[in-house]
Design a protein around this ligand. Sequence first.
Ligand code: 28F
Length: 640
Amino acid sequence: MTETMNNNNEYTAENIQILKGLEAVRKRPAMYIGDTTTRGLHHLVYEIVDNSVDEALAGYATSIKVKVGKDESITVEDNGRGIPVDKHPQEKIPAVEVIMTMLHAGGKFDKSSYKVSGGLHGVGASVVNALSEWCTVEICRDGKVYFQSYKRGFVDKPLKVIGKRKKTGTIVKFLADNEIFPKITYNYDTLAQRLRELAFLNKNLCITLLDEREDKRDEFHYKGGLIEFVNYLDESRNPIHRKPIYIEKTDGDVPVEIAMQYNSTFTENILTYCNNVNTIEGGTHLSGFKSALTRTMNNYALKNNLIKPNDKITLQGEDTREGLTAIVSVKVPEPQFEGQTKTKLGNSEIKGIVESFLNEKLFEYLDDNPPTGKAIIEKCKSAARGREAARRARDLTRRKSALESGSLPGKLADCSINDPEHCEIYLVEGDSAGGSAKQGRDRRFQAILPLKGKILNVEKARFDKILTNEEIKTIVTALGTGIGDDDFNVKKLRYGKVIIMTDADVDGSHIRTLLLTFFYRYMKELFDYGKIFIAQPPLYRIKNKNNITYAFEEDEKDQLLKRLNGAGKIDLQRYKGLGEMNPDQLWSTTMDPEKRTIFRVALENAAEADHIFSTLMGDDVEPRRAFIEKNAKYVKNLDI
Ligand code: 28F
């Protein structure tokens, strides 16, 4: 900071502004990047990458390289124009220094460009700089190479020329500050998921990820853009028409891109983006998309006599979305992000833009492709019939008042406290483990619901079948939330935690995955509110003389045995299932809040979550086998 004081050695106005800015960011980092856990750590990378993406959106960069160093440092490089280095008219310091050290560095984007902004997005490089132990920027521009370094956001040395180079571009390198982030370890798959998504959303961009820690590398470049995105999401599903429908609007100042394909499942999977931000809370682009879809499908069906006027069926919105995978991506100059996590698009004019565009272009597409049109309308009609069946089933069950607030299922051993925040429910595999759990639990705040073996695979069942499945009905009634878009209300959840407790064997993990698939497809908000947990029962019981210890991981067991060798006879027992533990063992190892380990299930990336569930639970075996082969090495404690 010293070198930018003015000549009579006092702090100038912008010094104060820079000081205040950096201090504010370091004092309350969560306000700028969400939190300082691993999620906030990865946000640092996205902030810098977003700046390169903006340079691509402006039409200059075509390649972005991200590297994770052995020291957990991050390097991001693009081949754009290079951040300007000329002296800033007011601040008298190079433009790059303004961008790197001043909050919300002014004027980076005027109206005509598409800032990748959002709530937590687009806070800019200065925030990353302030939260880094060190940060450097290398700019190739005007045939020269410029360089500047910073420490915790403060300028370390003035910008200087360190060489000559013809090509242009920007390289930012930083090491997150361990004074801010307790744990500085990047997750390769987390970075890869977001970079893959950006490559799908920006078809001219080639994005590479290189991990020097484990010498791993991926390159994402999808010339087919959203079409390839739909193919990726649906690789385990069977399409009902040959290729995804793709329409794009490039005129006007709001580019719109839509890709969509119907498949044989019953799930709806519509992803929406604004300026590459995944608007998981939806917004005006989504409502425009939905209204146009319903209207166009009805018009097309009537015009082509696929629905006769006296058929008395009108396709409802949900009928036209059953089995639909779609991506809606808009680029808005001045986006208003609203909602709890700033991922809901608020600009009202966007609804009309998307709606009229889709009405016109989708009808045209179906008219030009009658076989596709017919296949889709047949799918919608069958969905309408299924909806009718589900309504009848729901009315039936409502009359029996089994699903909603009526009598609780007999199998449920409820807890005595009924304040949701202070009680929890264990979903336990099998009656014997259920019995031990009922005896071993603390009945004041722990409810037990034993599950009779496998539950229905909802990935392949229509809603009316799900509504009438006994196990599903029991779970829904016990949780008290209702089910499906119309009835589900997370606020009616009767427990603060839903803990899945299954055996550590293949069946146990299958039941766990079936439950997670059901919750993801029909009670997704349970994840958003952090209500879903997985219990971790012990794998081994180690008895040496009179003391007994438990091991929860393979390597923990090995360490314990190593420590105990030579200490006399050791009795090692591998638990095959929960049923082998007696009630107080189950309590003290897996249920006692003071001693147990439970994992909260969080969904990092909506597109990836959908892809994983459909791969694991969908129709196609091939992608599942490939997925399991690729990921089997990460699976711990699975007893084959
Ligand atoms: C690894 C991170 O940050 N790349 C960037 C540019 C290019 C320009 C720019 C950025 C316009 C005037 C404020 C260059 N030439 N990668 C990056 N590439 N910012 S960030 O301009 C910043 C604003 O100063 C750029 C002409 N116009 C814009």
